[in-house]
Structures are given as structure tokens and as C-alpha cells.
Unconditional design. Structure first.
Length: 277
């Protein structure tokens, strides 16, 4: 029986109970930001990778959201130009996780458990997060939101990823889509959940509203973004924090209003593979 996420998704889509602190990663030699709950020991931590030509500031509310639920987020603000090097950003994710796990944060009131580490990203960053998880046993969970193609290929890399995965794709036509999220999920080497958000698209997730209006590249999709935040939060609370009441968020066939999951042949068909009857 598939899990119904209705009970918790609405709550997890809203701000969590923790006060959030924001600091600079530059103190440790890496450009970027760190978002933490005000206090806590043995916390889970995730490293975040941005989309092509985006900056960390374009995800400020999303990263604060995760921290408000007790998840430390480290976000490198590197490879933000037109000619971004995907391997370099993947390496920066690894460095950011090492910083999170190895340094006392928040005047010593915050510490991260080295056994509760994950990566996630949006667009280009979703593909980069996949690259960062290859042959990396420290990474226990990966979330890729509307992942785009990368070089080297994230789809090829996914075959070697054993960590639990969550891949989110668009539930409507997305003319600005730069990848095939279903194809990435279909190639995943470990357990994976693939979900499509009814009104979500790659171009609508980042928070650079005025840039979108000026360029005509879509609008910030508030409701779909809240849903995506809730799905990712529940996924990491289950897979990293070990909170069993959220285990449905890691189930492959879970459902919710405006969220559809695909598995098996249905997922393969979404990925572009045809099956004869």
C-alpha cells in the first residue's frame, strides 16, 4: 500500500520550529553560506548546489526552511558563471560537507553528525549533487530537484550511486527544462523515489523573481515551491535524521495532492523508454 503524505506534507511545507542562524563559509576558505538551527548536537547536514548562473541568495528562503526543521545546510557560492564547471562544484559540495561535519558551528552550540550527511541541488545543481554522491560513502541521501544535464553525465553517474535518492520533475510542460529528471531516476543505482509536482517547473523554483520577470523565463511558483520544500524536508528527516514518522517521504510510490510518483515501467516510460505490450 502506497504511503499518503497528506498528513505531514502541509506541515513540512511551512517553516519549522527552530530559529535559524545564517553565516559565511568563507571563514573556512570556501565562498558560500551556512544555515543552521540555533542549537543542536549530532544534527544532519546537507550540501546544496545551485542551478546554472544562479547564486545562493536565489535560494535563501528554501535553505532557511530546511534549517528551521533542524537540518544544517552548507551552500557553496561558486561556479555561478555561464561556463560553470560541474566537477568543480561537485568537489565544493564535498568540501562543504567536510566543513559542516568537522567544525563546531554557532559558537559551539551546534554540531553535525558525520553519519547524517546528504547532498541536494536544483537544475544544474541537481545533476551536480548526483556527481558528488558517486563513490562517496559519507553521502547517505541525495535530492535532485528538476535536475539538468551535466558534464560528466549525471545520468551515467547515477548508476553508481547507492545512497537513497529523491528526484523531482515537472508535472507540466517545461519549455525551459534542461534535462530529463525521470531518466536520472530510472538510472539510479540505489533506492529512489521519483515524483512530479503538478504545477512545478525547473525555471519556477529559484527565488530570483525580478530576474524571471525581466527575462520572461517563467514565474516564481509559490505553491509548487512549498510542496517541493516539504517533500525534500520529509525525505531528509527520514533518511538522515532517522525520524520514522516521515518514512513515507522516502517511499517510491507515495502520493499527495498535486504530487504523483512513478515506478517501474511507468518511470521507464517517463524516461523515454517504450515497452511493447
Amino acid at each position: 500500500m502506497s504511503a499518503n503524505l497528506k498528513k505531514h506534507l502541509g506541515t513540512l511545507s511551512k517553516r519549522g520550529p527552530h530559529r535559524v542562524l545564517v553565516g559565511d563559509l568563507s571563514y573556512a576558505g570556501l565562498e558560500g553560506k551556512v544555515y543552521t538551527p540555533a542549537e543542536g548536537k549530532g544534527l544532519p547536514a546537507v550540501a546544496f548546489a545551485h542551478d546554472w548562473t544562479k547564486n545562493v541568495k536565489d535560494y535563501h528562503a528554501t535553505l532557511r526552511h530546511l534549517a528551521s526543521w533542524g537540518i544544517v545546510v552548507v551552500a557553496p557560492d561558486t561556479e555561478t558563471g555561464v561556463f560553470a564547471k560541474h566537477r568543480n562544484l561537485a568537489a565544493d559540495l564535498e568540501s562543504a560537507l567536510q566543513i559542516a561535519a568537522g567544525v563546531r558551528l554557532g559558537a559551539g552550540k551546534i554540531s553535525v553528525s558525520a553519519s547524517k550527511l546528504g547532498v541536494f541541488g536544483h537544475g544544474m545543481g541537481g545533476g551536480v549533487a548526483t556527481l558528488a554522491a558517486v563513490d562517496n560513502p559519507k553521502v547517505r541521501a541525495v535530492a535532485a530537484l528538476y535536475p539538468a544535464d551535466t558534464s560528466p553525465s549525471a545520468v551515467q553517474a547515477a548508476r553508481s550511486v547507492k545512497a537513497r535518492g529523491l528526484v523531482i520533475g515537472a508535472g507540466q510542460d517545461d519549455i525551459f527544462r534542461a534535462g530529463n529528471p525521470a531518466k536520472l531516476a530510472n538510472a539510479w543505482g540505489g533506492p529512489v523515489a521519483y515524483r512530479e509536482i503538478a504545477k512545478g517547473t525547473q525555471s519556477g523554483f529559484s527565488e530570483d523573481k525580478f530576474f524571471k520577470l525581466a527575462l520572461g523565463s517563467g514565474f516564481f511558483q509559490g505553491s509548487a515551491v512549498e510542496t517541493a520544500r516539504g517533500l525534500v524536508t520529509g525525505f531528509f528527516l527520514s533518511t538522515l535524521a532517522g525520524e520514522s514518522k516521515y518514512d513515507g517521504f522516502a517511499d517510491a510510490d507515495a502520493s499527495a495532492k498535486g504530487v504523483e510518483s512513478f515506478t517501474g515501467e511507468d518511470l521507464a516510460q517517463r524516461a523515454g523508454f517504450e515497452y511493447s505490450k
